[in-house]
Design a protein. Sequence first.
Lengths: 180, 241
Amino acid sequence: MSARKLKVATCSLAGCFGCHMSFLDMDEQIVDLIELIEFDRSPLTDIKTIGACDIGLIEGGLCNDENVHVLQQFRQHCRILVAVGACAINGGVPALRNRFTVQECLEESYLHGVGVVEAQIPADPELPSLLPQVIPIQNVVKVDFFLPGCPPPATAFVEIIQAVRDNREPRLDYPMRRFD
Amino acid sequence: MNEPVFWLDDKAIPFRDGQTVMTAVTAAGHYIPHLCHHPDLTPHGSCRLCIVQIDGRIRAACTTPAQANMKVTFDTTLLNQQRRQIVELLFAEGNHLCPSCEVSGNCQLQALAYDLGMTHSEFAPLYPQRETDGSHPDIFVDQDRCIFCELCTRSARELDQKNIFGISGRGSHTYLLAHSDSGKLGDTALTETDRAAHICPVGCLLPRNGNYQIPIGERLYDAQPIHIRGNHRPDDGEFTP
């Protein structure tokens, strides 16, 4: 066992946190994993800023300019960047909005949606601006590995981490190559 | 007289006069990846998944007549990489959002992606604007998923003796056409019992009933890859869980 643990940062951009839930759903394998990694920035630690990391796990695609900012920070700080799940890889279900304009989406949600009261489109300058389309993360930064699935199985997360530890390409066997 | 053979890599494949490389290889019990080929229909040669190398040239196995002693190169790293890139292009060209698709797990495009080792598409998705058509009482059309294999067009014409579908438009604006005055599928002669209603290899022509009936884990391609199961649909009469 090497002395230094791999530093892992994770985030969910335009995702649903389902990939994070799948990551945690690895039963007793998590005991071995604790010996192998430690978390940096992650919703699991609630650390808000990212330091130098070995692995960055990105869940979700890019739907707003804050997503792009966070992604670029991860790219700068992570030796290996991994696109995790269908949304990070091709936009996923959020990309269903791509056939509509941003204005149409906002009006449907905040003006004409079912149950809307005091209808108004949020315009606080602190809110991130929506991108014209939801896009995959590899449209903006170089991605080293891809974990497909909605969500990827927990075993695929383990395989990625072990592959980085062993300095080899991950082997995603047939049961791990899933798009749903 | 001995049956003539050709060579698929190092395998001798017997064939009869008139067979293509694809039909002879399939009859011999081997699998060549394909989407637009169907044993009951005239070859189309459009999806290019069945590429093989013959005399240094890349050719479609489904449209190439078998010839005695021909050497067909099939299983190479480069050819498999090219097949995977073709699948990646198909994914990038349409809106293939598997988590929200009724045929996920039973989809031949998805199954070939799995089998060819695709984890993502190297090509940026185009997110084309395509129409849906809910006018037919039994069959829904979601053109986001169309790969223009024309299995529906050919099966309607050749097996059902009906002129129901066509392909129109050009390039990224290509679309599946329903032959009716309104352009709607509901105004064509397509019926639920037609072969054309049950031949789409993806989720474009979708029966309204019977979706989500097979639990995850037991769908066509959950446990076994398409090169073992073959190109099937849950409703094609050959499906056994």
